[in-house]
Ligand binder design. Sequence first.
Ligand code: SAH
Length: 216
Amino acid sequence: MMRSDAAVLRNRMVEEQLVPRGIFDERVLDAFRKVPRHTFIPDKNLENAYGDFPLPVGEGQTISQPYMVALMTQYLDLKPGDMALEIGTGSGYQTSILAELAKEVYSVERFAVLAERAQMVLNDLGYTNIKIKVGDGTEGWEEFAPYDAIVVTAGAPSVPEPLVEQLAEGGRLVIPVGGGFSQTLTLVKKQEGKIVQEEICGCVFVPLVGRYGWKK
Ligand code: SAH
């Protein structure tokens, strides 16, 4: 397959899956036109990689549907100088989208094999503004806090307190909250020290497992 084939599929993904559903932020759309999603998929199948659905990435985990990644990213409202935290590195696809839009990206993954594979793909793509660690992301990543934006890519029973604490003033946290089988994508903002919460839409994510998440 030639590189240009993937670029054609990416443009089609943006025009058919993202724009018609309300993704309007040009910086976000440009990141989706640029990042080679197929390199994050285990079998690297081009048609699947740019399809309108989630895909398995190993360890029973999934890479979210492109639209869901775009929607979460748009709500993060990233600026070029922002510090971002991601909980649930998975394939590393969302990590790379964040790295296109923020200054520095920190990402925590519970499975070492996934973290290592993501790190390799991201290194090959040449990103120098991403740090990944293996651990329980429900505790956040204290060392580099506060963060202007935090995204959780697994479903939580409630908003983990450490993540709210590690959010900067004016910061945005996007997280699926609800039951084990379906959740509500939720936006949490810290405004003048107050926490403001907004429901975005229904969604389905794999469970966030950890101290402030599901206990297995
Ligand atoms: N953003 C990813 C989606 C991965 S699915 C992508 O674009 O591919 C969610 C990921 O969250 C899984 O890899 C899962 O292992 C991870 N996860 C679940 N609970 C976690 C926790 N407490 N800390 C860190 N990662 C966690």
